[in-house]
Design a protein around this ligand. Sequence first.
Ligand code: BTN
Length: 328
Amino acid sequence: MITNHKIEQLKQTITLLADGNWHKGPELASKLDVSRAYVWKLLQELQEFGLSFESVSGKGYRLTQALQLLDQESLQQQLAEIEVEPHLQLLTDSTNLQLKEQGFAHQKLVIAEYQSQGRGRRGRSWVSPIASNLYWSYGWRTQMPVQQLGGLSLIVGLALVEALENNGLNDLTLKWPNDLRYHGKKVGGILVELSGDASGDLKVIIGVGVNVQMEQTLGESIEQDWTSISEVCRAQALEPISRQQLLVAMVKQLQQNLSKFESEGFSPFVDAWKKVDESFGQAVTILQPEQELKGVGAGVDANGAFLLQTQEQLETIYAGEVSLRIST
Ligand code: BTN
């Protein structure tokens, strides 16, 4: 169990190093009011959470890339107008788990700088190094019956793309049902978890992970090709965008999409989906537990179900235990 005092020390250490410049051990020790040996201990711990830094004798320590921690107070200010209450933590197991176990509430936003047990779809883990990406979970209480929620993760994906586009990024795509991608590489994912009454009054946890400035070495265990927002910015000659700005833009757009979805269902989103649908017209394989279906992606229906044109017929694929592979 890490004490609050220790968490404060870890935060302060990151903040002191955040500019990406060299900082000498004695300088850090005096600013943190600890011994030099203890500075080293804090840095070792941060390294275990995925912080990358260099250390050179005579020069001290510097982060391999500059960063900025998310800030609870300004998040609160920026999200107050849409009545979202952010709960920012430095370290957690999983923001989805936290929202589930620590008092689910409508429009509650749980954010973490690091997850020790970040969870992905189909039992995978979600690589969540400290202070480099975005990990958040949003609580949404709805009276929509569960059968109408097929398009939910799609409208969340659309919110992410729209928020990124509003910040000047282009060419982001979605792979049904909910992978955010860029040029065939995964940038983000969505994990929706439901509980409550299936006929209405559902508690929905919308978990979002977006790679923002994750270093290549930290993502080595990821099984699929991946990239990050900072790479997309570099490729498109854009200035890097702060994680805080992206987070706020995404949550605002998500809230808009959710209220439209709740009143009108998925059909108003079909056109937007068409524009970013990576599988449209592509040869794809749908992997289901008991069978494999091959065909060509033919978009989605008015409920967000995937349409697969096989040699025989147009198949409708519902979300669930399916995996979609785009043949290259
Ligand atoms: C996927 O497999 O593509 C879904 C990944 C979802 C990851 C996010 S990170 C924040 C939230 N908390 C978790 O434990 N998982 C989701």
